[in-house]
Design a protein around this ligand. Structure first.
Ligand code: CA
Length: 439
């Protein structure tokens, strides 16, 4: 099994007997089957579910009916995905195949359908929780376009530091403040200092920003002192979510040297609730980013033929803004940018291999953020810092409002999807968060 292995679960012409899964607009057709954790008012026990159309298939209920593969049964009865993440690719593949059979119009007939129907919960009656207990969170910086644009604004004389093309740069983020889509985000306070001022001030952040990222959930971990070679890295990656790395730019500018981001980044990180598996993304694999002539080749431990051939992901990622005024007027959100994950300088597998290359142990449920996903064009810049040149060139919104950075009441909505001819389009759902005034 490789990251590009296709099987019957990917066949674009298969459909579910659940009608909403057949709508062309759904992010969750039969070919997707993303995992999450949810509860309902009637049953407040957190449990694992799989999104299908506008429904959730309750895996706890399914396990009680003895309809799951034996190797996945215990993991599917837990209140988080961690045990399933630890189980590894063979178990994931068997489970996906079984779920695809049970939900497929061509593979599941009565009386089984009626039994499964009783395990369905409408998504609009469920509360989605964080999908896993995230022990550690690392945020990378894998878009060379973002690194160059952001670098120019903080260090005009040296935008891209000399290590960038050699090292997948990252920093250790904070897992305690990771929340699931829908949770509001309080504007942080902190120290900032304008260049002309003699001393910093402490107060509410005035340059609040979002960062459009992809997050990857780690599957099986590695023992301390045992690096994961790049060729084995795909077996340690379970799936992806949308990730908003909320950022306080004024705090960041003052604090980031010499040790990197700290309070500018650790007050909130929002992720989408549905984890789209790497297996579901197999039809959307593309070659790793092709480095321009003159760029160094990665060192041997970051080089692998298979990763170069299909380590990239052709995923479109978008940012939408819904200001308080738009919300009040009943206006639709406005799209601020659209980019592709295929433009990232480093692959997810390279990030994981590099992370463990010193012997650092990852654990099931650890989260790897990709870094802001920005492409080469102005409309693919994944944060306001880049879109407004650090607030100096405000954006004009369709209703006449202007934005340099986020204002109170603004809701930021991330979306993602994969679409390719000869495949069924799948989506990542949404990752949303609204800015509350400083406390
Ligand atoms: Ca980031």
């Amino acid at each position: 099994m490789t990251p590009t292995s296709l099987n019957f679960t990917h066949q674009p012409d298969r459909c579910s007997w659940i009608e909403s899964a057949g709508q062309s607009s759904t992010d969750f057709p039969l070919q997707n089957l993303p995992f999450g954790v949810f509860l309902t008012a009637e049953d407040p026990t957190p449990r694992i579910g799989v999104a299908i159309g506008d429904q959730i298939l309750d895996l706890l209920a399914l396990a009680q009916l003895d309809l799951l593969p034996a190797a996945a049964r215990t993991a599917c009865r837990q209140t988080s995905l961690n045990e399933l993440l630890a189980a590894g690719p063979a178990v994931w593949t068997d489970l996906r195949a079984r779920l695809s059979e049970l939900l497929g119009a061509d593979t599941c007939a009565e009386p089984l359908r009626t039994q499964i129907q009783r395990c369905l919960v409408p998504q609009n009656s469920a509360t989605l929780l964080l999908p896993a207990a995230i022990g550690d969170y690392t945020d990378f910086y894998a878009s060379i376009f973002h690194a160059t644009n952001a670098g120019k604004l903080f260090r005009p004389d040296q935008p891209l530091l000399p290590n960038y093309k050699w090292v997948p740069i990252g920093y250790h983020g904070r897992s305690s403040s990771i929340t699931v889509s829908g949770a509001p985000v309080r504007r942080p306070a902190g120290q900032s200092k304008s260049p002309a001022a003699p001393a910093p001030v402490f107060g509410p952040c005035r340059q609040l920003d979002y960062e459009l990222e992809l997050g990857a959930l780690v599957g099986p971990g590695n023992p301390p002192g045992t690096p994961v070679p790049l060729a084995s890295a795909p077996g340690h990656l379970f799936g992806v979510v949308l990730l908003n790395d909320w950022s306080a730019r004024d705090l960041q500018a003052w604090e980031y040297q010499p040790l990197g981001p700290f309070l500018a980044k650790n007050f909130a990180t929002t992720i989408s609730p549905w984890v789209v598996t790497m297996e579901a993304l197999a039809p959307f694999r593309v070659p790793a980013f092709v480095r321009p002539a003159g760029d160094p080749a990665p060192l041997p431990y970051l080089t692998d033929d298979a990763d170069a051939a299909h380590g990239g992901l052709d995923l479109t990622l978008e940012v939408w803004l819904h200001t308080e005024k738009m919300q009040a007027a009943g206006a639709a959100p406005h799209r601020l940018s659209s980019g592709s994950f295929a433009s990232m300088y480093w692959t997810l597998a390279q990030m994981l291999a590099h992370h463990t290359s010193n012997g650092c142990n990852l654990r099931p449920g650890d989260l790897l953020g990709s870094g802001t996903v920005s492409g080469p064009t102005p409309d693919s810049r994944g944060c306001l810092l880049e879109l407004t040149s650090r607030g100096t060139e405000p954006l004009r919104l369709p209703n006449g409002e202007e934005r340099r950075f986020l204002e109170d009441g603004d809701e930021v909505i991330l979306r993602g999807y994969a679409e390719r001819s000869g495949t069924r389009r799948i989506g990542l759902g949404v990752c949303r968060g609204r800015v509350l005034p400083a406390g």
